[in-house]
Design a protein around this ligand. Structure first.
Ligand SMILES: *Cc1c(COP(=O)(O)O)cnc(C)c1O
Length: 394
């Protein structure tokens, strides 16, 4: 069998067999439309309720505050556009950061075309926002603060509880994109004063195309998807029952295994970082230690292009990413790496390895064995490296 090492868990994960097993009957015998009144539909309604309870338990909220969506991007769009349009009489100002996922950034850019004003907070060299910057950005017109829990590219975990406290004190709603955080970090929407929170199943060993938005009771929000009265008339469309079942199971599993999962990944992460940093002219992007997602490794190798590294790794059966999946088709360097202060040239040489439950010690050793040779070979063909070496010799 051809060798394959998957180190792109931040892009998506496989679906765990236990998750798939719970989903399967909802494609076949339990196919009833949850909105119908005959008893066939009782099964599907019950399954959705169980999932809602599982998600609510994971976030420490009430089941009535959980709304299923078609994934993380939809949850982000709903939170931002839904709050913007329902609070227009109060103000038109939104605060976010320069390092959000495109689902948040592009939703904000869209709102800017419709009369809203958006402040994009800067971050420091490790990707953290400054709480004083947040405080001074809030005005009488601010209706929403949207700051991601953990960054998908460089793994930075923001001080969410402190951010929530500031928003509460100033009477501003707080949304957080927790797609990468769930299953890796403890989340408690009450303790952290979170008003809205996005999550997605396919980053935590569940199926693609299903997610959820937590909306604190009492928060006024417009619909994003209009139509039927599903999800208590807040999100139209016949429910993705199997997907919702998968999300619930994936959330439950993620929470029961969190400590073991993190301990295991942290040891692999540290070994990978240590090995990669031995390659000359390499820099680690994102913070060290506890404030970094357990499965995230992101480095820049100077003088070469991330694309070249990815193609060479692919030849050896290794799946990785440069920047994020959404940008790896384009030649623009990652907005996150630019926001932490890297030059275009250095940002172009980035590699993100994201590890997960399927990662083994053998995978880690294999990557560490092949990468130094790949970097050396790519540099030997790089005009930038050539210039650098020549300058050094003068
Ligand atoms: C993957 C991801 C999303 C998008 O979720 P989809 O389910 O793929 O739409 C949003 N935010 C972050 C931080 C992500 O990692």
């Amino acid at each position: 069998m051809e060798k394959r090492v998957y180190m792109d868990y931040a892009a998506t994960t496989y679906t765990k067999p236990e998750v798939l097993e719970e989903m399967l009957p909802y494609f076949t015998e339990h196919f009833g439309n949850p909105s119908s009144i005959y008893s066939l539909s009782r099964e599907t309604r019950k399954a959705i309720d169980i999932s809602r309870d599982r998600v609510a338990k994971a976030l420490n909220c009430d089941r009535s505050e959980v709304f299923f969506t078609g994934g993380g991007s939809e949850a982000d769009n709903w939170a931002i556009k839904g709050i913007a349009f329902s609070h227009i009489s109060k103000g038109n100002h939104i605060i976010t950061t320069k390092i959000e996922h495109h689902a948040v950034l592009h939703a904000c850019e869209y709102l800017e075309k419709h009369g809203f004003e958006v402040t994009y907070l800067p971050v420091n060299e490790e990707g953290f926002i400054n709480l004083e910057d947040l405080r001074s950005a809030i005005t009488d017109k601010t209706i929403l603060v949207s700051i991601m829990f953990a960054n998908n590219e460089i793994g930075t975990i923001q001080p969410i509880k402190e951010i929530g406290a500031i928003c509460k004190e100033r009477g501003v709603l707080f949304h957080t994109d927790a797609v990468q955080a769930l299953g890796n970090v403890c989340i408690d929407v009450k303790d952290m004063n979170i008003d809205l929170l996005s999550l997605a199943a396919h980053k935590i060993y569940g199926p693609k195309g299903v997610g959820a938005l937590y909306i604190r009771r009492g928060v006024k929000i417009d619909n994003l998807v209009h139509g039927g009265a599903q999800e208590r008339a807040k999100r139209a469309g016949t429910e993705n029952v199997a997907g919702i079942v998968g999300l619930g199971k994936a959330v439950e599993l993620a929470l029961t295994n969190m400590e073991d999962h993190n301990n295991r990944l942290v040891s692999f992460r540290e070994k990978l970082i240590e090995g990669l940093m031995k390659i000359p002219y390499t820099r680690l992007n994102g913070p060290k230690g506890e404030k970094r997602l357990s499965g995230n490794i992101n480095v820049c190798f100077r003088f070469i292009e991330g694309e070249g590294i990815l193609l060479s790794l692919d030849d050896l059966g290794i799946c990785a990413s440069s920047g994020s999946a959404c940008t790896s088709g384009a030649l623009d360097p990652s907005h996150v790496l630019l926001a932490i202060g890297l030059t275009h040239e250095i940002a172009h040489g980035s590699l993100r390895l994201s590890i997960g439950d399927g990662t083994t010690e053998e995978d880690v050793n294999y990557v560490l064995e092949v990468l130094p040779g790949i970097i050396e070979r790519l540099r030997s063909m790089s005009p930038l490296w050539d210039d650098f070496v020549k300058k050094g010799e003068n």
